[in-house]
Write a protein that binds this ligand. Sequence first.
Ligand code: PPS
Length: 570
Amino acid sequence: MTDSTYDAHGGPLISLLVTEDRAALLKDVAFNLPDIVLNDRQLCDVELLATGGFSPLKGFMVRSDFESVLDRMRLQNGTLWPVPICLDVSKARAHRLEAGQSVALRDPEGFLLAVMHVEDIWPVDRQKKALHLYETQDISHPGVSYLFSKTGDYFVGGSLEVLSLPLHFDFKQFRLYPSELRGIYAKMGWNRVVGFQTPNPLHRFQFEMTTKAMRHARANLLLMPVVGMTRPGDFDHYTRVRCFQEVARHYPPDSHVMTLLPLAMRLSGPRDAVLDTILAKNYGCTHFIVGHDHASPGMDKNGKRFYETDRARLVAKKFSDEIGVEIVPFEEIVYLPFEDEYRSVDKVPEGSQTISMTGSDIRKRIREGRRIPEWAAFTEVIDELQKAYPPPRQQGFTVFLTGLSGAGKSTIARVLYSRFMEIGDRPVTLLDGDIVRRNLSSELNFSKEHRDINVHRIGFVASEITKNRGIAICAPIAPYECTRREVRRVIEEYGGFIEVHISTPIEECERRDRKGMYAKARAGLIKGFTGVDDPYEAPEKPELRIDTTHRSPVEAAQEILLFLTKKGYI
Ligand code: PPS
């Protein structure tokens, strides 16, 4: 039931949206079908599949395509495709499905979006996928972390018939689909369009670079802010789109158009660059801007780049003829304060003084409440960012104490609670391990799976408190690095996250044994006790590490308070 159209802009466009009659029929059929409820990432994929952003895909990949994409960046039939687009499900769900049947894909509210005709079900080989797609198994890579901590155990592949696109209530006027954009270009008489995709707000340097790219390509501009899933720590998409709206006023009239891209970025660097070039093609672009660090996942745990500088651009360029889109390099622009001018680095006269600021520098400054100079960002953009991300003194934050049982977390948490209440400028909530276990997680045991659920619940509550500019103090054991990293990611979207490893060694915790639990664990009366016969992964990069062997809880709390003062939170 796919509809393929072709026009001057872009190649064939495959829409998976069915007619009204077919939708009515499928709705009846879906009544008796098993359901799969889509998560945020899968909703993004369905939207891009449905609207033709992912043309020529006609559904979620089957195993042979998946393997072929991992091995050689091509579908089975030889078509260039760099990144697996797969539907992951839990083991329990997979065991109740079989090839040949259909399933109803629903949004989290239960609203029917699509019917999928299942062709293939196979177990996820996380190691292989991580190594082929991301070239690493380091969980500090957000894509790898997602794969190991969030991806279901099985993939389900098959074609889709889409009844309805995922619902959005924000910025509807900017949510333009590939066919609508191609129509706009035709109406405006635009034959050459250069696409620019970014998960960041537009700053002065990007603005200057996009106008240069328009001149270079003699083209109009398609701005594509990514509003699906982006990098941990990125500004929220509402703020970013408001910033884009502000900057858009600075372009010449009728020179550009903006669409919000519902893309769940994989952050696989070079492979993402190829995918984004294909997306640009489907969105009708003739040119596409790719930077040397396109879709970068940030730094690895040793502070090194995951992908070499400029590899993303070179790989996209290698395939640009095959895709049919010309790659425009993202020129590095610097500011010349004396001349009050922006120039490409390679056009700076010898001896001229230059200054520059990256998007990450600006993000860091905003979060720390520091000033952004006007040469780095438009004042309207700075205002928007400061409105959404006030200085630390006005932000909420979470102090996350992690460590073995008996390390001193609860007592330090109680001291901190009293001190914050004394200061009295924000509401304070204490989420101690025991309290949470009693009130929120009473049905959970201490298996890895249940500990993860417990810690995610704590993280969710803390993120809501942080979002509403309060203080959350959490004190669970939280033994797994990957889970703590997820919690950090969720909370840092809204405010501060201060991870404190209470690193008191097990010998000292066991010597104290206030609850008598170590004795029971050693006697075999409690199984799977952290530090005895269950793992504790020490945090790799906590904000603070405090051993309470020779320090009182008051001293430990004081060290945390001093850190918070230094960072401007109190
Ligand atoms: S976790 O791993 O973060 O979900 O644990 P948490 O919710 O913080 O609960 C830890 C407290 O539960 C008691 N307890 C155990 N701890 C570790 N392993 C096992 N098997 C276990 N069974 C019970 C223990 O007293 C912990 O209390 P604290 O306050 O940390 O000493």
